[in-house]
Design a protein around this ligand. Structure first.
Ligand SMILES: Nc1nc2c(ncn2[C@@H]2O[C@H](COP(=O)(O)OP(=O)(O)OP(=O)(O)O)[C@@H](O)[C@H]2O)c(=O)[nH]1
Ligand SMILES: [Mg+2]
Length: 381
């Protein structure tokens, strides 16, 4: 349904500075996204504009520059680091005579490549169809009008109506299946006893090192890689810390401007995060984009109703910044931040201690809470 760049497709990347700043970081993120989707990055076209052009997003001169880059580098497709309207995408494809992929489609594509579990695949398909639905409605109406000549008029359904109906049916089916899975999950959740178990979710920007930390702590083989969205499906493991007992979950990474269709489709997975007792917010402390990434993660957390779940910041990758492994506490002596390196293992003892302390405090503050098995996160596979 969605075209997926085959490995090695030659891509020309386009990013315009619309006054959001952090250009370099956005550009290196775009490159990593393109590579994660399997494209080979041949050229980058950047520029500056006060506002997007309604018809082509970029200005005429810039579009010519893109065309020239396509010619020189024998590019197959153009990837925009922006959300394009259906009309802009169509106009650009016409002008450039190449496929044009926008940021939303690119992220959806990577998710489609990575989805492994049955639920993950259904969620990605739902997100892609929702994205496509907007393109069907607005994208095809003018074609339909053009098409309506002799022999094309009649009582039958137009192609657009048929496509919309098929799409609607599929979306309905996907939603029903996902709802069934969610119901089974809730039943599993109820049937499991979780006495004195603290549920802890690793959250953070994509590529921050969540899976590496998860593996270091649990010795589980969660897929960690220098790719964006390496992890899509939540994995959980039980972890014994001190006298406490913790269920640690590795989750999908966040990114700025996460497509809404994806947030909606992954709602059930993301809501698991909102159910956690404690979030370990993993940060790539060596990234120049660190502060913007933290803000983007907090934004998504707010969107899924997890803004009030207690957080410990994990300042990861200290091997690159040469900071010392350490624990930082606030005025009430609560742990706010742990400096560590998931890769070298420096500071891992500190996070284990922090988890033990959190498990201890949780039990001490509400001894009855953890015998109620209804409201806690499940252990998923
Ligand atoms: N230098 C250094 N690299 C690290 C550290 N932790 C993780 N990495 C690297 O960072 C990259 C991303 O790591 P992952 O653990 O896959 O990151 P993630 O947050 O799970 O990423 P997604 O699942 O894509 O959201 C990998 O290349 C890791 O080897 C660290 O402490 N130091
Ligand atoms: Mg991961």
């Amino acid at each position: 349904m969605f075209e997926r760049p085959a490995t090695g497709e030659r891509a020309v990347l386009v990013q315009l500075d619309l006054g959001q700043g952090a250009c370099e970081e956005r550009l290196s993120e775009l490159k990593l996204l393109a590579i994660s989707a399997g494209a080979s990055v041949e050229a980058v076209v950047s520029g500056r504009r006060a506002a997007p052009d309604p018809a082509l997003f970029a200005g005429k001169g810039k579009v010519e520059e893109i065309a020239e880059a396509l010619r020189v580098h024998e590019g197959d497709l153009v990837i925009f680091n922006h959300a394009l309207s259906p009309a802009q995408q169509r106009n650009l494809e016409r002008a450039l005579e190449r496929r044009v992929v926008d940021r939303t489609a690119l992220i959806l594509d990577i998710f489609a490549l990575r989805a492994r579990s049955h639920e993950g695949k259904l969620q990605v398909e739902l997100a892609q169809l929702s994205h496509l639905a907007t393109r069907l409605v607005r994208g095809w109406t003018h074609l339909e009008r053009q098409k309506g000549g002799i022999g094309l008029r009649g009582p039958g359904e137009t192609q657009l109506e048929t496509d919309r109906r098929l799409l609607g049916n599929r979306v309905k089916l996907l939603k029903t299946r996902l709802a069934q899975i969610e119901k089974q999950r809730k039943t599993r959740r109820r049937s499991r006893s979780r006495n004195e178990v603290l549920s802890v979710s690793l959250v953070g920007y994509t590529n921050a090192g969540k899976s590496t930390l998860f593996n270091a702590l649990t010795k589980a083989g969660s897929y960690a890689a220098d790719q964006l969205f390496a992890t899509l499906d939540t994995t959980s493991r039980r972890l014994f810390v001190g006298s406490g007992n913790v269920v640690l979950s590795d989750t999908v990474g966040f990114i700025r401007d996460l497509p809404h269709a994806l947030v909606a489709a992954f709602k059930a997975t993301l809501e698991e995060t909102a159910h956690a007792d404690l979030l370990l917010h993993v940060v790539d402390s060596a990234s120049d984009d660190r502060d913007a990434q933290i803000a983007a993660v907090n934004e998504v957390l707010a969107e899924i109703g997890a803004a009030d779940v207690p957080q410990i910041m994990i300042w990861n990758k200290i091997d690159l910044t040469h900071a010392a492994a350490a624990v930082e506490r606030d005025d009430c002596d609560r742990i706010r931040r742990v400096f560590l390196s998931a890769r070298t293992g420096d500071g891992l003892g500190l996070i284990r201690d922090a988890l033990a302390e959190a498990a201890q405090q949780a039990v001490a503050s509400d001894p009855g809470q953890y015998t109620d098995s209804d409201n806690k996160s499940p252990i998923q596979q």
